[in-house]
Ligand binder design. Structure first.
Ligand code: 6AU
Length: 333
């Protein structure tokens, strides 16, 4: 999994270097970008550090550089070099830019609550996962404001309505009242109806001139789920051959299960894991939780964290902690 010939930054390197304050950087000029943007966080008191780092890291001019390419390959290894999915690569770049592998599961019931949560934890997340059909006061204008906030943060929007129907109907479900195809970059699907569901979803995006990535459920985190190893194997066999599949949902509560999945999946697809919490063990209503560091070391590429963040007292601080743990684990992997 590791890229050759390129030194991978050590988990604590940015902390050591960050004691040296750095000058603000003008993102408009790629030449001004410091030699190693990973080292660009500092405690310089004269300007807004978070804003500055966003300006550096979200600069398209930086993304296109050989330096960014080398850094991504060094940190993500084969996952970077073998991955064709533009959505997987965008996620990997964002994770490096923000030093986090956290996908926020914003499972809240009003648009105002979702917005407040994003405002508090935005700097620490690499993806925003939504459940459009649990929001009581949903309307398209308010929803577009939420999507704009995610775009401003530089993160992909994942609608986690789990599609499972035949291809034709899945395509129609991408439209409908919620018009998921117009704002979601990623959706989740069960492969229970067969592989044509992925084409149906891709066609849904195509109907509005957009593209997206599909995450297939290969495992689940909930107790007693029916996705056994044979099913998982079949999903991966199909999924690895379908272009529109960016990766798989794995069971974050069990590092051994993630290892098994990682071996099956190989480097061309990602593994994103729910069932992640600093407090491990059984959760509410059959949910199970594993530790974020263990999950990343076992092979998870993205940690989906919901109640671990949105039910905590200080959501910003807790999200920062999940981000730190996930990032350090990736560098140690
Ligand atoms: O951290 P939690 O338990 O509050 O939230 C976990 C989130 C929820 C679930 O809909 C989702 O992760 N999820 C999924 C996904 C992402 O597909 C699969 C699964 O097996 N378990 C699970 O919890 O938004």
């Amino acid at each position: 999994m590791k890229a050759k010939n390129i030194a991978k930054p050590k988990a604590n390197a940015s902390k050591i270097i960050s004691k040296e304050p750095k000058k603000p950087v003008n993102s408009a000029n790629a030449m001004d970008i410091p030699a190693d943007p990973l080292m660009s966080r500092s405690s310089c008191p004269t300007f807004d550090m978070r804003r500055q780092s966003y300006e550096i890291r979200y600069s398209p001019s930086f993304r296109a550089t050989k330096q960014a390419e080398r850094m991504s390959a060094a940190i993500w290894g084969d996952l970077w070099s073998s991955n064709q999915s533009v959505f997987a690569r965008r996620y990997m770049a964002t994770a490096i830019e923000k030093e986090t592998l956290v996908c926020l599961a914003a499972d809240l019931r009003t648009m105002g609550d979702i917005r407040s949560l994003i405002a508090e934890v935005g700097p620490y997340i690499a993806c925003l996962k939504l459940h459009v059909d649990i929001v009581n006061d949903w309307n398209i204008d308010g929803w577009m404001d939420i999507c704009k906030e995610a775009k401003d943060l530089g993160v992909a929007i994942w609608e986690d309505r789990k599609f499972a129907d035949i291809g034709r109907v899945s395509r129609q479900q991408m439209a409908g009242a919620f018009d998921i195809r117009s704002w979601a970059d990623i959706v989740t699907a069960h492969l229970i109806s067969g592989p044509d569901i992925v084409q149906g979803l891709q066609n849904g995006w195509g109907d509005v001139g957009r593209e997206g990535g599909v995450l297939l459920l290969a495992q689940m985190s909930s107790r007693g789920n029916l996705l056994n190893e044979e099913y998982t194997t079949t999903v991966v066999e199909y999924g690895n051959k379908i272009e529109g599949v960016l990766g798989y949902i794995g069971n974050g509560s069990e590092p051994d299960a993630i290892r098994v999945l990682r071996n099956m999946v190989g480097p061309t697809r990602m593994i994103w894991t729910p069932g992640i919490n600093l407090a491990t063990g059984d959760g509410v209503a059959g949910q199970r939780y594993g530790h974020p560091r263990e999950a990343v070391l076992a092979g998870s590429d993205c940690l989906i964290v919901g109640s671990g963040i949105h039910q905590s007292q200080n959501r910003g601080e807790v999200a920062a902690e999940y981000a730190r743990i996930s990032w350090e684990a990736l560098l140690d992997r």
